[in-house]
Design a protein around this ligand. Sequence first.
Ligand code: HSE
Length: 328
Amino acid sequence: MKVAILGLGSVGRGVISVLARKDLGIVVTGIADSRSGVMDPAGIDLAAVLTRKAETGRCGEPDILGEDIVKNGDYDVLVEVTPTDIVTGEPALTSIRTALSRGKHVVTSNKGPLALQYTELMRLAEENGVHMRYEATVCGAIPIIQTLQHGLAGNKVHAVYGVLNGTCNYILTRMADEGLTYDQALAEAREMGYAEADPTSDVKGIDTALKLVILANTIWKNGVTLGDVDCTGIDLLTAEALTLAESQNCTIRLIGEVVPERDLLRVSPCILPKKHPLVVRDTLNAVTVVTDMAGAITQVGKGAGSVETASAVIGDLLFIRDCHVRGD
Ligand code: HSE
């Protein structure tokens, strides 16, 4: 199976390093970062690309652009892992539309296009007989989309609750445990590469809201968008509030919740007993799905990170490869 990769940030480099060291039957024929690109229908030397990127900041030639690869490249699957734009979804949205229209499968970690145009992108994929997969958009390494689409197939989902943002969880954990100020904890989260390029999206709850929108559309196909989410972040939370929660053997977590039966789509800091299953530490994510047959299922795992998010991308790629083999 031939793959083109757009984006060579933390996720893209994670995907390439995994493909370089595991023999998964995947040949990479195109790679582009924001300043350059490389194409080779016979397969690119991935280790050489990682070295070039580390040494020069570029993966290839300045005259090869991502859009050239998307439009003219020889690939079966486009892996779109560029930074997200929550206002326009671009340039990822155009890349994804172009690839789907060419009859190419798409795997993405990019929340903007999915949260803005979920229904359109799924319809375009269906019309062109290809897969549009996006496990890496929600909860990093946790296979929550697979769980909802396949593992819990046939269940009626009543609600989803979760800690969906690793940066906020890290900040809250460090403030409560180490007495760090909000600014100190945020600076640490940025240094560790968990926060978005603009961390405002994390701390104001917007990143959590985008993930809720993607989950809601995955489960209920209800066409909700960011504007439907009632959203409060952790940016105004004080150390005193955390100390008060602590005095009652509780703590505070930023929780995203969707309960369609109550018309509820909300992100807000919540006080939870310390033993609550959603009280996870550091950059962990936790998500509970409440269903009619399976009851409540909670998954916990790394919500961000290079190789952790690459795990979700690789899972989607192998899902598509296996469908190919079966002729689905
Ligand atoms: N900034 C996001 C987080 C990255 O902290 O959870 C993963 O979506």
